[in-house]
Each structure stands twice: as structure tokens, then as C-alpha cells.
Write a protein that binds this ligand. Structure first.
Ligand SMILES: *Cc1c(COP(=O)(O)O)cnc(C)c1O
Length: 369
């Protein structure tokens, strides 16, 4: 199939491998409710992540929403608006008030120099985002959280397969929430994972994902339903075997992009962070119209005309969503606003051909004036 280049293209194992993995399900007829695939996937992930405790959920959003709920929080939560809808929605849907901290212009994660000023006696938690897989200033967030007695839940949706100082991103904060959505660097079709520290949080999370049911006649709490099913877990088991290769391929594509777009006035590529082994999940480019001669939107349309789908990821900012009309002042997060008006994430997936990368870069260069 030729034609339009999409921004992403889900990783899938060879079909025979998936069929082999799900074959047992036709013997057992056990399709969900923490079956054999779920258990096996959980064990393998603990090993892969190097953590003691994690749970699997139906998707990344429910991982975030239910982790917040499991912590019994009240009041204000400090977060950033330069993220997917899920982060802010998970806070608001728990009856909590998001307080938006600006991002820093280097790696687009929470600007920790602005964090302490936002803390009030109503603040209960910090929910930072490792956006594009760029790692937040974990040490400083930890220091501030300890000083004020705040919980830290990382939105780690973009970080599967990455390490920071040799550890997986499941090792930090009170909890870290991952997404295994089809569009992510690693997928289980839909899916989510929470790595957590406190055993009690894990117990509550389990109850929240399975109606609070703890035995045939025991319903311990008023839980929801957010279980990962056996077909999802089977997809995860297959994709986990290939994840290192997938990341290596993404790295190649990324390096080809960087080589192609380096040194162009007005184009800013993503940072390379110290102590981080990245997963090459996204390729964000920030256009400075004055220096480049064309705006982000002009580049977006030029690509679109050539059958290339880039994405304005993240635009609009969550604190400007229609559903929050009049609630938040976007001028309090000026850097986030600046970046969201200028950023474009380019197509990136393991099997994106270098010829396609060349074509994409050529269209971008042709916009320069
Ligand atoms: C994808 C994503 C989520 C939500 O994950 P789903 O699995 O799609 O529910 C949360 N936060 C961020 C930053 C994401 O990109």
C-alpha cells in the first residue's frame, strides 16, 4: 500500500506469532478476568521494568484515573497543560482541581523553578508528564514533594522501553502510569500499566479495576471495571519480544531525520537528555517563523498537500479546551502556549522508510524562506 504517510503506524507481531499466542484461549475459553496471559504478561513486565509491583489495566487513561482515585486525594493537583487530554481529564474526573505549571523551553516538561510558587495548603499531588519521552527533572520534583508531603504520579505514557540512570521509568514517584495504546511505541492494542510503590495503593487499584470483588462472595469496595483482557495481554507478550528491535528501528529513523534537518535556521529538534536511554517515540520539531520564514501551520499544510500527515501534538493546550472554557488562564503558562503554537510531530514508526523521511524533510526544507 502506498499513498499517504500517516503520523504513526502500529507495531504488530507476525500474524502467526499472535495466532500461536492466542491458540490456548480456544482451549480454555478464558478470555478476560486476570487469566493466564494476563499473569504471564505481568510477570514478564516486572522483569522488563525491574520493579516489584505493577498492575495491568484496560488502557492508559484508566491507569491514571484509577491511580489518582486509589490515593484518596483532595484539593489541588499541580500538572502541565502541554499533554494529551487524558492527564488533565484524569484529575478533573476525580473531582480534583488542576493547577497548571508552565513547561520549560528545553525539554517541554514541567518547569520545576515555577513549581514551588504554585503550592498552597490545598495542594495534594504533582502529576508531571514525561512528554515525548523527555524525562522530567525527577530529583527536583522528588525534593519538593518530600518537603511539602505531596504525592507524585508520573504520566509515563510516552516512556515504555526507556531508562533514566539505568532504571526503567517505573522506578520513580509514588506511581508511574503507562499507555500501551496502538499509537504508542509499545502496544497491547489498547492497554495500560501502573508501577507503584505502596502495596496498599496496589490493593485499592486492583479493587478499582474489578468492581472491588475479592472473592465469590466478597465485594470490598465500589470499584469500576478496567481490566486488561487476554487478547490484549497476548498482543503484549508478542510485542514485548520485539520491543528492542522496534526501538532500534525507530532510532535509525530518528537519526535519519536529525541528519536531514540539522543546522536549518528556525528549526529546533528535540533535546538529547543526559542519563536517558530514549525510546524514540516521537519526533517533535519546533518552527520559529521569524528565522524559518514559514509558520508551523504553513508547514503542516505543505506536508498535508503532499499526502503527509504530521500532527500538532500538543495543540491545543489542555487548559484551553472548550470543556474548561473560562476556567483557566492560559497566560500563566506562556512557554507551553509558545511551544504549542509552533510544534509539529513528524511521522515516526519502526518501518518508516528512509526514502519517506527524505521526502518529508524535502517538503519541510521547501517551506524555508
Ligand atoms: C496516550 C496517552 C495517555 C492515555 O493513554 P490511553 O492508553 O490512550 O488511554 C495519557 N497520557 C499521555 C501523555 C498520552 O500520550
Amino acid at each position: 500500500m502506498s499513498g499517504r504517510i500517516l503520523v504513526t503506524h502500529s507495531s504488530m507481531p507476525p500474524i502467526e506469532e499472535y495466532i500461536e499466542e492466542i491458540r490456548e484461549l480456544w482451549d480454555t475459553h478464558w478470555l478476560t478476568n486476570m487469566g493466564a496471559k494476563h499473569k504471564k504478561f505481568q510477570v514478564q513486565l516486572k522483569e522488563y521494568m525491574g520493579v516489584e509491583q505493577l498492575d495491568l489495566l484496560v488502557n492508559g487513561h484508566m491507569a491514571l484515573e484509577l491511580t489518582i482515585q486509589a490515593m484518596n486525594l483532595q484539593g489541588e493537583v499541580i500538572t502541565t497543560p502541554f499533554t494529551f487530554a487524558s492527564t488533565t481529564h484524569a484529575i478533573v474526573r476525580n473531582g480534583l482541581e488542576p493547577v497548571f505549571c508552565d513547561i520549560n523551553p528545553q525539554d517541554y516538561t514541567m518547569d520545576v523553578s515555577k513549581l514551588e510558587d504554585l503550592i498552597t495548603d490545598r495542594t495534594c499531588a504533582i502529576i508531571p508528564v514525561h512528554v515525548y519521552g523527555n524525562i522530567c527533572n525527577i530529583e527536583e520534583i522528588e525534593r519538593i514533594a518530600v518537603k511539602y508531603g505531596l504525592k507524585v504520579i508520573y504520566d509515563a505514557a510516552h516512556t515504555f522501553g526507556e531508562t533514566y540512570k539505568g532504571k526503567s521509568l517505573g522506578a520513580f514517584g509514588d506511581a508511574s502510569c503507562f499507555s500501551f495504546h496502538a499509537t504508542k511505541a509499545f502496544n497491547t492494542i489498547e492497554g495500560g500499566m501502573v508501577c507503584y510503590k505502596d502495596r496498599e495503593i496496589g490493593e485499592r487499584l486492583y479493587n478499582l479495576k474489578n468492581f472491588g470483588i475479592r472473592g465469590p462472595e466478597v465485594v470490598e469496595s465500589v470499584g469500576a471495571n478496567a481490566k486488561m483482557n487476554e487478547f490484549q495481554a497476548a498482543m503484549g507478550l508478542c510485542n514485548l519480544r520485539h520491543v528492542e528491535m522496534e526501538i532500534a528501528k525507530r532510532r535509525k529513523v530518528t537519526e535519519h531525520y536529525r541528519e536531514n534537518l540539522k543546522g536549518i535556521d528556525g528549526i529546533r529538534l528535540n533535546v538529547v537528555q543526559k542519563d536517558v536511554e530514549p525510546n524514540y517515540a516521537y519526533f517533535p520539531v519546533v518552527f520559529d517563523e521569524k528565522a524559518f520564514g514559514a509558520s508551523r501551520n504553513e508547514v503542516f499544510f505543505a506536508l498535508d498537500k503532499q499526502e503527509i500527515s504530521a500532527r500538532k501534538y500538543f495543540h491545543p493546550l489542555t487548559n484551553t479546551f472548550d470543556c474548561f472554557h473560562g476556567k483557566f488562564d492560559v497566560n500563566r503558562t506562556p512557554t507551553a502556549l509558545h511551544i504549542s503554537r509552533r510544534v509539529l510531530t513528524l511521522p515516526l514508526y519502526a518501518d518508516l522508510a528512509v526514502e519517506d523521511v527524505d521526502r518529508i524533510c524535502e517538503v519541510i526544507r521547501s517551506c524555508k524562506r
